[in-house]
Structure formats: C-alpha cells, structure tokens
Design a protein around this ligand. Structure first.
Ligand code: ADP
Ligand code: MG
Length: 351
C-alpha cells in the first residue's frame, strides 16, 4: 500500500473531511453535535477522522486510532519492517509468517483478483513502485521499465498457506500492495471497536473512505456526500442516504501527476502497466461492508461500466455510481434508492 502522499493531497483530504463535517452539521439542524467527541490524525497515509455522535468516550477514540496504527504497521508496503515489507523482501526466497489480519486482507484481495480476472491485483506492487504516484517528482517511466514491472505482477504467484499463516511470493522482485483494500478493512475494524464500546452513532472517515455507524438519536437517515471529481475542495456531486452504510470512492483525482498536459493517476492497469484509461473519472460504492466497498470501488473503476455492473450482480445490497469524463453518471440497478444527484452540470445516463 502506498501510505505516503504529497502534501497537497493531504490538504485535499482534509478539505473533504471538513466538508463532511459541515454536511453532517448542516443536516442535523441543531447545535453542531455539541457533545461530539472527534479526533483527526494522519494514519494509513491519509487524514482519518472519527466522530462519536452518541456514546463512547476518549478511550474509544484511543483504541480505534491504535487499531488503525497497528493495521498500518502490519500492512504498509512503504514502511520498513511491516509484514508486507517482509513478504516483499523475501519474494523468491521464503514464506513469511504474518498476523491474522494481514493474512485475511491478502486472502480477501486475492478473491477480488480471481473475481476480476486479475484486473484488481494485490501483487501490482512493482508497477505502483515504478510509477510512484503521489510521492512527488513523478514522471512517466520508460516503456521497458513498465514492461519489466508488469511481468512481475501475478496474483497466481502468491502462495497462501492457511495452516502456517505464511505468505510467499514466488518470483524475486514481486511486491504486494494493499492500498486498494486496507482502508476498507480498517473502517470495518473501527466499527467493531465502536460496537464493543456501545457507541450508538458515529462517523468514521478514513481519507474519504466513509462509514456511518449506528443510528442517530432522532433516527433520521445518514447523508454522506459523494465528491465532485472536478473539485479539489470536497464539494458534492450527490448524496448517499440511508441507514448504517459505507461509501467508498476510487477516482482519477485522488493521487496523480500531470505531464505534457496529460493526467496520470494511481489506479494501474495490470494489462498495460499504465494508469487505467477507460473514460471513467470515479466510481463510488455504497454498501454495508467497507472492505468489499473498497475492493469493489477500485475493481469497478478498472473494469469499466459494463463489466463492473456485471460483477456487482454478485453483491446484494451493494450499489455503484460511475462517473465519466463527459459528466455522465451511471447508476447500478437500485442505486437510485440510495443516491441523489445534486450537481447540475452532471447528468444521469442510461446504460
Ligand atoms: P484510494 O487509496 O485513493 O482510496 P483506491 O482504493 O482505489 O484509492 O486504491 C488505489 C491504490 O490501490 C493505489 O494507490 C495502489 O496502491 C493500489 N492499486 C493500483 N492499481 C491497482 C490494481 N490494478 N489492483 C489493486 N490495487 C491497485
Ligand atoms: Mg479501493
């Protein structure tokens, strides 16, 4: 996982967190949650905010942030000594024993690799490292280096041994990267802590990967803004409304660089080795499970509208909002129950 981002991106995320706060505040229609307990910190490579609205205390927040940090310490690909770093350092050499959480998240990521025929692939690490997007000083790498990195990507070369909880990458130079799934896992894990602390209502925002937990005192539905892909300031394009849910977006505006007027973003095609270029600018998933929403937002972004909609049929109560560069918005079946488009420059399309 790429857990380091440029300063400007951190600012964008902070804006997003702030505008989410405003959105909830506005809609509550009362003194902006005067008794709320909120904490914001930079973890998992992004700005994370947990807001306890009903129930819980400072210990709840401490425990939740400690859990986020332990997930980062296990699963970051860029930090020395993490389990993922150890697996990568031992590629082609020997299997590495990992914690239950890391084993679970890799297993889950490999399930998505199978479901998407390798479009989503946690072994995309060599390409992520080569492009190094979001870390400053980026430029388009030479094609031969792209091809060399692409040759090292292959989820079928990841060997999982459940009995010993060991993970082995068969070829030297292979690298795992859980950047497309770990934040979703982390949000679900925070929800478990909220349950244990008898929290009744809370908002978990891990860099725009949002989970609204429980129900508010007045029983009004949650409303979560989906970002306008064109605005760096966290303005909304539309709103997801419902009971406890998670809303996760993958898009071209999250991390990117511009060279010769062209944008190169951070979701990479394992087929070409280049950033995915299929006309989509973002995909948002609205569902109950954040790990699935995270994996699906990236998967559907890569697969595109048609194949993405087909994959989604396997997931009940899970909705997708696709946005393309012509400002058209494509909703999966049933998504209009939970999503309302608000931005007038965008138009709902049939497909
Ligand atoms: P974000 O991390 O901004 O929330 P995503 O969940 O869509 O966005 O994850 C994008 C990250 O996933 C990239 O930064 C990279 O670490 C990783 N990644 C890039 N391409 C792929 C791919 N084809 N399959 C799986 N993971 C990928
Ligand atoms: Mg994702």
């Amino acid at each position: 996982m790429s857990f380091s981002r440029t300063y400007s991106i951190r600012i964008t995320r902070a804006f997003l967190a702030l505008s989410l706060a405003l959105l909830f505040g506005t809609i509550s229609g009362r003194a902006i949650y005067a008794e709320d307990l909120t904490r914001t910190d930079f973890v998992l490579g992004t700005v994370c905010t947990i807001r306890l609205i009903d129930g819980g205390n400072a210990n709840t927040l401490s425990e939740a942030f400690a859990r986020l940090r332990s997930i980062e310490d296990h699963m970051s690909a860029n930090k020395d000594g993490t389990e993922i770093a150890q697996i990568n350092a031992n590629a082609g050499k020997e299997p590495v024993k990992v914690s239950e959480d890391t084993f679970y998240v890799i297993t889950k990521a490999l399930e998505y690799a199978r479901l998407t025929n390798g479009a989503f692939d946690p072994s995309v690490g060599p390409l992520v490292k080569l492009w190094n997007i979001g870390n400053g000083g980026e430029k388009v790498p030479p094609e031969r280096e792209i091809l060399a990195a692409k040759a090292l990507v292959g989820w079928q070369q990841v060997v999982m041994d459940a009995a010993t909880r060991k993970v082995f990458l068969k070829k030297p130079g292979m690298r795992l990267d859980l950047g497309a799934i770990a934040k979703g896992y982390a949000a679900d894990e925070v929800a478990k802590i909220l349950i244990a602390h008898k929290v009744k209502a809370a908002v978990v925002d891990l860099g725009g990967n949002v989970l609204v937990f429980g129900s508010k005192k007045d029983k009004s539905p949650w409303r979560v803004g989906i970002q306008n892909p064109e605005s760096a300031r966290g303005e909304y394009l539309g709103i997801a409304t419902g009971a406890q849910m998670t809303v996760v977006t993958s898009g071209v505006y999250e991390r990117y660089f511009i060279q010769d007027g062209k944008r190169y973003h951070h979701i990479l095609s394992t087929e070409t080795g280049w950033p995915v270029d299929n006309g989509l600018v973002s995909v948002s998933i609205i569902s109950k499970s954040s790990i699935d929403a995270d994996a699906l937002s990236t998967s559907l972004f890569i697969l595109g509208i048609e194949k993405g909609m087909a994959l989604l049929k396997n997931f009940p109560d899970t909705y997708a909002v696709f946005i393309d560069k012509d400002k058209k918005v494509y909703l999966s079946p049933g998504a209009s129950k939970v999503f309302t488009l608000q931005e007038k420059n965008y138009h709902l399309a049939e497909k």
